[in-house]
Design a protein around this ligand. Structure first.
Ligand SMILES: [Zn+2]
Ligand SMILES: [Zn+2]
Length: 138
């Protein structure tokens, strides 16, 4: 398998690149054509006044036929493509998984307690350990 990396962030509805311990991960989800008319790429609806996409919108819209898809439902039909260096066994890998965020528990070292965060979880193809791409914390 060889993943085609996006040439621009405009091609993606999701893009992240970060270090996880000794490893690193790059993940993206490409925009896909409208499931109804197939003429245009689905994206966040645009603000009529500014013409800029409404990042926080809870839906995606086809700019051609105006078909609207609910955000979570639509995203779960898409595929997240991931290139990674496993933080546990330091091997390189590539994987494609459904773009779905799950609630996972992790230990927050700053606060000294467990917390639940949303993450895209996948398993290293070699050592089978879970690798989580958590939502960025501020
Ligand atoms: Zn359409
Ligand atoms: Zn591994």
């Amino acid at each position: 398998m060889s993943l085609k990396e996006p040439t621009s962030i405009d091609e993606c509805i999701y893009f992240t690149q970060r270090s996880i311990g000794e490893g690193k991960v790059k993940a993206w989800v490409c925009k896909e054509k409208c499931p109804k008319c197939g003429k245009a790429l689905m994206g966040k609806p645009k603000d009529e006044k500014t013409g800029k996409p409404k990042i926080r919108a809870k839906e995606y819209q086809c700019p051609e036929c105006k078909y609207i898809a609910e955000k979570d439902e639509y995203e779960s039909t898409l595929k997240a493509q991931i290139k990674y260096t496993c933080p546990y066994c330091i091997c390189d890998g590539e994987i494609e998984i459904p773009f779905k965020r799950k609630k996972v528990q992790r230990f927050n070292e700053d606060r000294g307690k467990k917390e639940t965060v949303e993450a895209i979880r996948f398993q290293c193809s070699k050592c089978k350990k879970d690798i989580d791409i958590t939502k960025k914390m501020k």
